[in-house]
Design a protein around this ligand. Structure first.
Ligand SMILES: C[S@@+](CC[C@H](N)C(=O)[O-])C[C@H]1O[C@@H](n2cnc3c(N)ncnc32)[C@H](O)[C@@H]1O
Length: 348
């Protein structure tokens, strides 16, 4: 089926990679159809419910639509063919409304609201057989997406543009650390691993930025940090989202002597040598001893999603211990801080 995804435009390459990684984690076949600036249209071998689940999981996908057709014509010219198209999708038991998403149309210059009600009157005519209309709580929102000279007819599946990441920002959590990851980045890192289930290990967990997102996805996680005070902080933050600590385990320990027998998926943000403490080791030797230690316990094909400073390319360090980078992203954190994010696979 054809679906349209509205993604965050903050870092389009990263948003698209996140979406594709989630599709891969569900082993879904997909192919690109149209790439508009604000809407990516893909053919995905998935039911509508699964697309909704995928958008909920993602940090950067805001909306998803089932797409019925894409035309390069003015909306007014398309009305009668739209009615015919909709006949095959209409369910008389359900109530409907039309919503116009004007993403920069060549045709609509006046108020989108006025256009919407005029277009709905014409579209939902008797030819569709007295549809139940509900403006306040429709069962189905028929969507007309207007972009440049394109008109895209579809159905809204999910509008998750008010995702509540803001409520989980480091400054809003009970235990604050200025070095903690922003929830959107933490969630994106988890998704980039292309693995849907299984335990997530964060050996440099700090106050739990990655662990919180893992728990909200109902995924078991193990957090390790060398600093007991931060592990207690992580505990407080994790209790804040789930008092029973259903999915999380915490250990005070050294990432260079991991207190684990096995690992498959590691998502982590080690100290990057700016301010966060490395406890006497220089950053390069810390990455070396951590990756060396991890290589003794990680399964073949195991994944690691890891941040580093922009000044340090860790591709070579990874290769020394059998971790091959298969993706690398530039993450602007704030004006004076840019970081690199790697996705690696353990190959031997
Ligand atoms: C950039 S911070 C991680 C922040 C974390 N992602 C969060 O959201 O709070 C790096 C963390 O690594 C910890 N650390 C430094 N050396 C370590 C080591 N050898 N083993 C485990 N943790 C270490 C520091 O205490 C610090 O909390």
């Amino acid at each position: 089926m054809i679906y349209g995804f509205r993604l965050s435009l903050e870092n389009p390459e990263l948003s698209f990679s996140e979406l594709v990684s989630i599709l891969k984690s569900y082993s879904l076949e997909w192919s690109p159809k149209w790439f508009f600036k604000k809407l990516y249209i893909l053919e995905v071998d998935a039911k509508e419910d699964l697309i909704v689940e995928i958008v909920k999981r993602s940090a950067t996908a805001k909306m998803a639509f089932r797409i019925y057709r894409v035309d390069k014509d003015s909306p007014m010219n398309l009305i009668s063919s739209y009615r015919k198209e909709l006949l095959s999708y209409i369910d008389k038991e359900l109530s409907y409304r039309l919503k116009v998403y004007n993403m920069g149309s060549k045709y609509i210059v006046d108020s989108t609201r006025e256009f919407e009600s005029m277009f709905a009157d014409k579209l939902f005519s008797e030819e569709l057989g007295n549809l139940k209309i509900s403006l306040s709580s429709p069962d189905v929102i028929i969507s007309l997406i207007l972009y440049n000279e394109y008109c895209i007819l579809g159905k809204l599946l999910i509008d998750d543009s008010r995702k509540l990441f803001i409520k989980r920002r480091p400054g809003s959590r009970p235990f604050f650390s200025p070095y903690s990851l922003q929830p959107k980045i933490a969630r994106t890192m988890i998704n980039l691993a292309e693995i849907k289930d299984g335990i997530i290990i964060d050996p440099f967990c700090g106050v739990g930025g990655i662990l919180i997102e893992s728990c909200l996805n109902e995924r078991e996680c193990i957090g390790i940090d060398i600093k007991g005070k931060l592990v207690m902080g992580a505990r407080e933050n994790l209790k804040w989202i789930d008092d029973n600590l259903t999915y999380s385990h915490l250990i005070i320990g050294d990432a260079c002597k991991l207190p684990l027998r096995k690992a498959f998926l590691v998502v982590t943000d080690p100290p990057y040598g700016r301010i966060t403490s490395t406890f006497g080791r220089n950053v390069i030797s810390l990455y070396n001893c951590f990756l060396k230690n991890l290589s003794h316990i990680i399964d073949s094909e195991g994944r690691i999603v890891i941040m580093s400073s922009q000044k340090m390319d860790i591709t070579q360090i990874g290769l020394k211990y059998g971790f091959k980078s298969f993706a690398k992203y530039i993450i602007p954190v704030h004006r004076s801080l840019t970081r690199l994010l790697y996705v690696m696979r353990y190959i031997e």
